[in-house]
Design a protein around this ligand. Structure first.
Ligand code: PAF
Length: 281
């Protein structure tokens, strides 16, 4: 489609604009402050679908009371320019009042796989994510929705929700996009000082070291977790939250790696929390 990108805010405007789009529709939900990772999702959607829509909405319920909601980076003008360059057809920018009007009280919660890893460190986070994604899906009616592998647990939780609630939507998970030194792209990287930015390469180094050990035959889950912890311990600016070697589907920690596994890691640099992961097998 070569028409000008439509930018809408209210639900009524979205419904009208949505009717103008050809199918299949690919959808890229975002919280804005876009980087190459988001754009790779839009490009993939562009390749695979007749129309592409994106949303930009910083979703308050997925932030904990001590998290960075009020200072989450924003640059709507730049985001819209980038989405237009990526040939997105429709952008929805709802307000918190549209998504959660007065008296709002309905929540979508996926149980077991929301609990470990990010679920332990960010209680309530996935309830906020699944609620907003269900609402975005209900309003947008996409055929495919695109998410990044960097948020592997989020992708698994959304896939589960999509199946459990019978959304007729294919969830497409796209590879993590990295800076040349390996740091996974994230809107939060802008918070890092120069020193922290240099130190943050430790996330991917730790994952790669454990992946290397796996490649040489290591199958003991605890040894792989310890390998990551040892690499992180060598970086004084990093404060590790978890280093996990878990079943790729259930996200339960593994004693032995005999199936596809997810190595994942979370840590703080000052007040900035970063995550990353690689898949084994
Ligand atoms: O990954 C994100 O940016 C957000 O969690 C999402 C999926 C847009 C929901 O707010």
């Amino acid at each position: 489609m070569s028409r000008q990108m439509m930018v809408v805010s209210t639900l009524e405007e979205l419904t009208t604009a949505r009717r103008l789009l050809d199918e299949p529709l690919g959808f890229v939900p975002t919280m804005g402050y876009l980087h190459e990772g988001h754009l790779s999702l839009a490009h993939r959607a562009r390749e695979e679908c007749k129309s592409v829509a994106a949303s930009i909405f910083i979703n308050p319920p997925q932030f904990g009371p001590l998290e960075d909601l009020s200072k989450y980076p924003q640059d709507l003008e730049r985001d819209l320019r980038l989405l237009e360059q990526a040939q997105v057809d429709l952008v929805w920018t709802p307000t918190p009042g549209i998504m959660y009007p007065d008296g709002y009280q309905t929540w979508v919660e996926v149980q077991d796989i929301s609990l470990p890893l990010e679920g332990v460190k960010r209680p309530g986070h996935f309830r906020g994510v699944t609620t907003v994604v269900a609402k975005l899906f209900n309003a947008m009616h996409p055929d495919r929705a695109y998410f990044g592998q960097k948020d592997a647990q989020q992708a698994a939780v959304i896939r589960r929700m999509t199946r459990d609630l019978n959304f007729p939507i294919e969830i497409v998970v796209c590879p993590t996009i990295r800076e040349p030194d390996g740091l996974a792209m994230s809107s939060r990287n802008v918070y890092l000082s120069l020193e922290q930015r240099a130190a943050a390469t430790v996330l991917y180094r730790a994952l790669q070291t454990a992946e290397g050990a796996y490649g040489e035959g290591e199958r003991n889950g605890e040894s792989l977790r310890q390998t990551m912890k040892d690499v992180v311990a060598s970086e004084p600016l990093a404060k590790l939250q978890y280093a996990s070697c878990a079943d790729h589907e259930t996200l339960q920690e593994l004693e032995r790696v005999t199936c596809k596994a997810l190595l994942s890691i979370a840590m703080y640099f000052g007040e900035t929390r970063l995550i990353d992961n690689v898949v084994l097998g």
